[in-house]
Design a protein around this ligand. Structure first.
Ligand SMILES: CC(C)(COP(=O)(O)OP(=O)(O)OC[C@H]1O[C@@H](n2cnc3c(N)ncnc32)[C@H](O)[C@@H]1OP(=O)(O)O)[C@@H](O)C(=O)NCCC(=O)NCCS
Length: 171
């Protein structure tokens, strides 16, 4: 079931993140697999703001999480991670729908995220969920700043893109 994440679960979110990142190693993207998960402060900030949702198993232990931020008129999915033990069961899609409901209730126009173009469970997956890629030269100021920041972090070593889905689709 979906519920809000809690402050006492922050280390569990970091565990999920590390496990979800591991498959990138098989694609020659060890740098991404080895990336440190978001820091405890960044996770706590989203928990306190009620913008971090989890999918919890039958024992109420989180197995997947999503955190989102308002970014201008966008509901921006900052991170979505599903533990590989429960991957490919639709949990990612369920969490993305939850982010969409939050975006609608917050009066935001669309859902956005940044992702890798060439990874099967990234851009092609989001495209199946109704997202479309936005070329960098069509981004508004906030999303363009985010992409520049990603470049500074070295993430552009592999092609990345912003993707967007209108929130009217989730109503
Ligand atoms: C992306 C992610 C959140 C999807 O979560 P999920 O619960 O597995 O997603 P769903 O069950 O809704 O859909 C899974 C779909 O992703 C694709 N996919 C997932 N794992 C895949 C793999 N190893 N190889 C190929 N396609 C894969 C498939 O299209 C799959 O659908 P299918 O099982 O019907 O073929 C999850 O794979 C994840 O945490 N990945 C690592 C972290 C990450 O990449 N985050 C996003 C960064 S932008």
């Amino acid at each position: 079931m979906i519920r809000m994440g809690r402050l006492d679960e922050i280390e569990r979110f970091r565990e999920i993140e590390r496990a979800a990142g591991a498959p990138f190693r098989d694609l020659g993207m060890a740098r991404i697999a080895d990336d440190e998960p978001p820091g405890a402060d960044a996770l706590a900030l989203r928990v306190r703001a009620d913008r971090l949702w989890v999918f919890a198993d039958a024992k109420d232990i989180p197995v997947a999480y999503l955190m989102a931020d308002p970014l201008g008129s966008h509901a921006h999915i900052e991170q979505v991670s599903v533990h590989p033990d429960v991957a490919r069961r639709g949990l990612g899609a369920v969490l993305i729908e939850q982010a969409g409901r939050w975006g609608v209730s917050a009066g935001l126009a669309d859902l956005t995220l940044c992702t890798f173009v060439g990874v099967a469970w990234n851009a092609p997956y989001y495209a199946r969920l109704g997202f479309r890629a936005v070329p960098d030269d069509e981004l508004d100021g906030r999303l363009a700043a985010l992409r520049r920041h990603e470049g500074e972090l070295g993430l552009d070593q592999w092609p990345r893109t912003v993707m967007v889905r209108s929130l009217t689709r989730t109503q």
